[in-house]
Structures are given as C-alpha cells and as structure tokens.
Design a protein around this ligand. Structure first.
Ligand SMILES: [Cu+2]
Length: 319
C-alpha cells in the first residue's frame, strides 16, 4: 500500500510536465518561460564570477586592479535590469492567470466537497451526486466551487488545472477542462489527517454525448434487486446504521456523511483510490474498513460472512 502511494504521488508530480488542458498548458508555459529567464540570469552571473576569477586572480608582483568607489551608470543599470525582469515576470504571470484562472462563473457546474478522506461531487444543474469519480465533458471548461465538510483539503489534478484549497465555509473556485477523453488522476495536496495520502479521485473526461449518458444514468434511482441474496443485503443495509451515513436513492438511505452509494458499482475505485472496486475488495471493506483504510471514518460492523455475502450481492447491483 505504501509503495502504491509513493508510486502514485511521484506520477502525480511528474504529470505537471504533461499538461492536457488550456489552463494547465498556460501554467506549464509560464514555468518554461520563467525557467529560461532564470537560466539566462544564472549563466550570466556564474559566467561573470568565473571570468572574474580567471581574469583577476592574483599573480606574483602584479599591482591591485583599479579600485572603483562608485559609478552612477553601473548602479542605474543594475537597478533597471532586475526591475525589468520583475516587470516581465509579472506580465507573463498576469497573462497566465487570465487563461488558467479566470473569475468564477455566476453559477458553478460542479460543487466539490472535501471530506476526511474522500471527495463528494455535486452537479447542481442536473442534481447528480457522485463520489471520488468526477465526470466532465471534453473541450468544455467546467466551473467548480469548493467547500469542505471538516478540515482543509486541496484539490489537484496535475494534468488539468492548478491546485485549489477546499476551505470549510469559504467557497473557492477553479475552472477545469480536458482536451481529450481520458482518465486524469487527482490527489489531495494539503495534509488533512491520517488518510490524506489515500484521498485520490479520478476526473473522467468523455465526449459530450457519453457525459450526458453518464449523467442520466447517475440520476436514476437504484433499481430493486432481483436475487434473494441481494434482497437480503438491501434489507440489512436499510436496517443497519449504514443509512445514517450513506445515501442510496430509491431506499430509505439519504445521509451525506459518507459517499453516495446509489451507483457504487459503476465506480472504478473503492475507498478514494486505495483499492480497485471489485467484489473481493468490497468484501474486505465490509468485513473491516479499518483493515483496508486505517482511520477511515466508517466503523467495523463485525458482520458474519453470510451477512457480508448478502451486502456484497446487493452492492454489486448498484451499477
Ligand atoms: Cu485531504
């Protein structure tokens, strides 16, 4: 698990070199342009130092070089050049900000809420509520507003956008967009407690038609399970305190403390990226969430093997 996390974190950091949206490209270009300016300054300063060392090194019997007490021209030049560099960096940064971080839209397309240790995504225009898997249509900038249910978190999708803090009670916003369909890794980049490292999410960019399809499928309530095992699982779910933390549309469960589970089986990952979403991993999760994700804010219910089988059968129907 630790190695997985290190691998993913390194991958996330390296992904800033692979921008996949106009916003990320603008920032990447600013990084390159500033690096060129810094490299030129470094070369000139280091070159001058090396030249002075060689040219003016002490030789036997040589007199001291000419001593300069003050020179107005040189002083003006060495003040003007740094000022010009700062002005140039300011102009480049202002241009980048206008592309990568324009003012918020009047009504956000998405509201993203950080929780210890997972992400909730609400689409106010359609009413979809998702968790840890955020779908967006390609080629369209989506305005996201951020909030937090508890502590500070930070939302970061290195290939698509800048980092942005999720601050309890203080809305922040960014724009997010992807050039091409694909899956983009997101991480929490502000330490937020025990499982900060496992607060991953996926941005899934798809064609507008596929996105619309996803949105309408997410809006459907959970269908009533047909199999006996799954029906028992639903009954167990509804009778247990699961419903005081989770929501499954179409059942009595409507709480927002934990991830929405209405379409749980349609998601790729479980526990905000800690494991793949497979029946086996779900079984492990329900047996004891703390074994899978120590510190996770879900208690161990000490279910019997039979009960876990019923719950798994039910959750696998929640496509
Ligand atoms: Cu966090």
């Amino acid at each position: 698990m630790d190695q997985d996390h290190i691998r993913l974190s390194v991958a996330a950091v390296l992904q800033v070199f692979d921008p996949q949206s106009p916003q990320a490209r603008a920032m990447f270009r600013l990084g390159l342009e500033s690096s060129v300016i810094f490299a030129i300054i470094f070369a000139m300063v280091a070159g001058a130092v090396v030249y002075a060392l060689m040219r003016y090194r002490w030789h036997e019997g040589e007199p001291d070089p000419r001593q300069v007490a003050g020179n107005t021209t040189i002083e003006i030049v060495w003040t003007a050049i740094p000022c010009a560099i700062v002005v140039a960096l300011f102009a480049l940064t202002a241009r980048t900000m206008s592309v990568s971080d324009p003012p918020a839209a009047p009504a956000p397309d998405l509201l993203v809420i950080g929780h210890q240790w997972w992400w909730e995504a609400r689409y106010p225009k359609s009413g979809v509520v998702a968790a840890n898997e955020i779908h967006i249509p390609v080629g369209r900038a989506m305005s996201i507003e951020f909030d937090s249910a508890d502590v500070l978190h930070e939302f970061w999708v290195p290939r698509l956008a800048r980092k942005i803090a999720a601050v309890p009670g203080h809305p922040n916003h960014i724009w997010i967009e992807a050039d091409a369909p694909g899956t983009y890794l997101g991480v929490c980049s502000e330490f937020c407690g025990t499982e900060h490292a496992w607060m991953h999410f996926l941005i899934i960019a798809e064609t507008p038609a596929k996105f619309a399809e996803w949105e309408s499928s997410q809006l459907l309530p959970a269908s009533k399970p047909a199999g006996l095992e799954a029906r028992k699982g639903l009954a167990l779910f509804e009778q247990t305190s699961c419903v005081s933390c989770h929501a499954v549309n179409g059942t009595v469960a409507g709480a927002r403390v934990g991830p929405d589970l209405t379409h749980f089986a349609s998601r790729r990952e479980l526990g905000a990226g800690i494991v793949e979403n497979t029946p086996d991993n779900l079984r492990r999760w329900l047996k004891d969430p703390q074994q899978v994700k120590p510190g996770a804010k879900m208690p161990d219910f000490k279910f019997s093997g039979e009960q876990i089988g019923q719950l798994v059968a039910y959750f696998e129907t929640l496509k």
